[in-house]
Design a protein around this ligand. Structure first.
Ligand SMILES: Cc1ncc(COP(=O)(O)O)c(C=O)c1O
Length: 379
């Protein structure tokens, strides 16, 4: 099985730990192990825990705790994975066959561009329209989701726009998947990172063709433990477990224990509140920063997620622009093209204020040096 390079992840994994300012992230500022102990993680007990294999599909304790997050689910509806990325991967691997069609919402996290293609599926894209508040282009959607379509993927809240689908759009997507007998993978890893809005509604429970994937990396601010999950119909979950056996076997035991603490209702609420507070402050300063760049830059504030998706007017391709910023300012941002949309930059809003201010100053310096921003604007 040959797989194409996942361009966004490759650029990030090459540079994120090397640059002075990594502004390419998308999650809330990561919590520390100390903060996890404050939420109830028993470090002393962990020190004496034998580092055995963990329960492969997630400990009963974790799956029980997760089932409280998704009404109507039970422990057998869950496969606990190494991150949401493994959850998405297993869902695709378990269902897609040569010749199937796969519908992908764009712009998006493009993991499920390369994976379905590597499995011999044809990927049909449908776009979210900026002129319609990032709601889907329904004509494209109906062409993309047809009788040959086996799976459909959306991220909601969406990466990179931070937009959240309206209730009517969610219903329309689910109904079309039902009619076409297609699975809907709703990647909800940014759910809970709402900045002003109420909690995003989950697709879970809207139909028995719905598979939700999620994890701790973004709204919870715990990417380093690498815990994600699939919640879906029991048969499908059993299929993903079979794939999991052959891929990574199980998540780490310590990570499973940390996840048990994080997903408890009271801790989930605390972590989401922590994110909201941070993002409200950073979004205000980020909005001023974009405004100060002057004409030629615009941005629709995200509803959720630590991401600013900024449109720029120059014809410079986004990858070229990001490479210049990387080279000259040792600062990493993500080019729009890595989400399937040219003319945009995605910038992290989840950092500490001082870090973000310096990262944005470097970015501005480069945009100015490249003539995209007038020297006098906002100086
Ligand atoms: C929509 C989406 N899904 C999944 C992932 C990967 O998440 P994880 O760290 O949980 O594997 C990302 C990472 O950026 C993402 O944006």
């Amino acid at each position: 099985m040959k797989i194409e390079v996942f361009e966004m992840e490759r650029m990030q994994s090459t540079w994120e730990n090397v640059v002075d300012f990594d502004m390419s992230e998308s999650g809330v500022l990561p919590v520390t192990l100390r903060e996890m102990t404050e939420l109830g993680f028993d470090l002393e007990r962990a020190l004496d825990t034998p580092l055995t294999y963990s329960q492969s599909n997630g400990t009963p304790e974790l799956r029980e705790a997760l089932s409280k997050v998704y009404p109507g689910s039970g422990p057998d509806n869950f496969e606990v994975t190494n991150g949401t990325s493994e959850a998405n991967y297993l869902a695709a691997l378990s269902q897609l066959r040569e010749g199937d069609e796969f519908a992908l919402e764009v712009p998006n996290y493009m993991q499920l561009w390369g994976v379905p293609r590597s499995l011999g599926a044809k990927v049909n894209r449908f776009h979210l329209r900026p002129d319609r508040g990032w709601e889907p282009d329904w004509d494209e959607f109906e062409q993309a989701v047809n009788p040959r379509t086996r799976m459909v993927y959306v991220s909601n809240p969406n990466n990179p726009t931070g937009a959240v689908l309206g209730e009517e759009s969610m219903r329309r997507i689910v109904e079309r998947c039902d009619e076409m007998d297609a699975w809907l993978i709703a990647d909800e890893v940014y759910l809970g990172a709402e900045i002003e809005a109420d909690r995003t509604q989950s697709f879970w429970g809207m139909s028995d063709r719905v598979i939700v994937t999620s994890g701790l990396s973004k709204a919870y601010g715990i990417p380093g433990v690498r815990i994600g999950w699939i919640v879906g119909p029991e048969d499908l979950v059993a299929d993903t477990w079979s794939q999991h056996d052959s891929l990574t076997i199980c998540p780490s035991k310590l990570s499973d224990a940390l996840a048990c603490i994080a997903v408890r209702q009271e801790n989930r609420d605390r972590l989401y509140a922590r994110g909201r507070q941070l993002l409200q402050r950073s979004l205000a300063s980020f909005s001023r920063w974009v405004e100060d760049l002057g004409e030629g830059f615009s941005f629709v504030p995200p509803t959720a997620g630590a991401i600013g998706f900024v449109r720029y007017a120059s014809s410079t391709p986004s990858l070229e622009l990001c490479q210049q910023i990387l080279r000259n300012q040792s600062t990493l941002v993500v080019p729009g093209i890595h989400f399937g949309l040219e003319g945009y930059l995605r910038i992290w809003l989840g950092a500490r204020p001082e870090y973000m201010a310096e990262g944005l100053a470097r970015l501005r310096a480069e945009l100015q040096a490249g003539g995209l921003v007038a020297a006098a604007a906002g100086a």
